[in-house]
Design a protein around this ligand. Sequence first.
Ligand code: OXD
Ligand code: MN
Length: 589
Amino acid sequence: MALTTNKAISNWIDEMAAMTQPDQIVWIDGSDAQIEALRAQACSTGELEKLNQELLPDCYLHRTAVNDVARVEDRTFICCRKQEDAGPTNNWMDPQEMYAKLKALYTGAMKGRTMYVIPYSMGVVGSPFAKYGIELTDSIYVVLNMCIMTRVGAAVAQVMGDDFVKGLHAKANLDPENRYIVHFPEDNTIMSVNSGYGGNVLLGKKCFALRIASYLGRNQGWMAEHMLILGIQNPAGEVRYLAAAFPSACGKTNLAMLIPPEHYRKAGWKVWCVGDDIAWIRVGEDGRLWAMNPENGFFGVAPGTNEKSNPNALATTRRGTIFTNVVHNLDNNTVWWEGLDKNPPANAVDWKGNPWNGQTSTEKGAHPNSRFTAPAKNCPCISPEFENPKGVPLSAIVFGGRRAKTAPLVYQSLDWDHGVFVGSIMASETTAAAAGAVGVVRRDPMAMLPFCGYNMGDYWQHWLDMGTKVDADQLPKIFNVNWFRTDDEGHFIWPGFGDNLRVLEWIMKRCFNEVEADETPLGYEPRPEDLDLEGSGVDVDTVRDLLSVDKDLWLQDVDAIRAFYAKFGDKLPKKLAQELDALESRLKQ
Ligand code: OXD
Ligand code: MN
């Protein structure tokens, strides 16, 4: 039964159903009974496999098609009327042309299938900061994932009114040549076809909460960012919050769920996770910037997650979780992935669905981008503020990337505008884990390169404008970190993981004027002796090394940044060009 009689909603659903021609339409109310019935149905067709309910209650396994395992940036489009509004870093097509192309692919695509109607909320339902969407999909896997990642149900359908983001997903025949992930920001519309992989089909996440929301945020005076949010509780019991943006494969989920080093724990330090991937940031009633996590779960990368790297994430996946493209351990009907432990199962099925012996096989059992979809409420360190509709006040914004030589362990920007510059020059070196050359620098401003729903030049200007909405002394301070400096043999110098708290502690002290700093051409850096190194295995000289600035390397980077900036032509804010010149002259001094 329809969960709302709103005409704008029912007219749109009728139109999409006339095009896709499903056998039936089912509204998702998110109730336990409905979810249980859908799980059973998916198990009966093999779409899901029910895992060991004693060890992993309410957990299921899914495998995608082997050619459908990741986000497809080359098939992701921003379709606005003017190409320059999408900018040089997005694929663009004229909206009318794209609608016509998609219509051909969607026509009859749901014949013989059910169309599920998922009313969902990004953010706490009813909060003034929540935004609503409806996803139409022919995939039970999508329904069940959306029920974890977002807030779904009848209450959402009641509050959304006419203001909702329209999302249409059809698996069609999973043809990679006709796979499209398309955003029409001017129409509040997302259309995804021929994929069944999370990032392409869970339309609330990257498509809505980043690409469409970044566009809405620019028009409405707020920001949608690819950022984790965490709270650091000090021994006095005070909690200070930061948001941090890192490109993929830089450990966002691990940082968001960090466990403090032992002597910090004993002293009473705690880290609270508010979010691991997306932050919506607004000016709060008190004039400060506040961040909230619009999601309700974690869609994390499984390989490498273990008792050491991220025990909180592992604990989060022990109930109510959907695993995608991991190893199925047939001995006890559980799951396994590379890096979970040193004991791969011998009697198992790999991510492709083939028999797999982890003791002898030279092939990986889990796909490197295999995932868990887990409810946020399972996380042992989930912040008590997670459900606060206003979010949390930000003291710091942190950018970071993977740089073997250039970027120091940490530096603070000189002010907000310089901080925007620091975010705009973010870059990360590719690793051996990904296809292509190793060590190639990819620019990824604010970690938003694949997720910005409009011209990145306008996006930078929006960042600069946000800085004028808040009093200078109330603005979060902006920092850059790099956990990935290597020595001459290519080994990481900084221990990373929980030890990153040592750097975050310094960052928070800077935000509250509790520590001095050294001035360098890049900005403010810690005096090495100001970092708490007790029990880290790192000495002050090593930290001095980690903080060093190689001016020649940086001057080469300045040239690379200038070439990158040139792509944006007139859209590049003058302020950023000036910041680049200023950096160059400080480096040459
Ligand atoms: C993600 C990503 O899945 O950034 O979060 O690709
Ligand atoms: Mn992400």
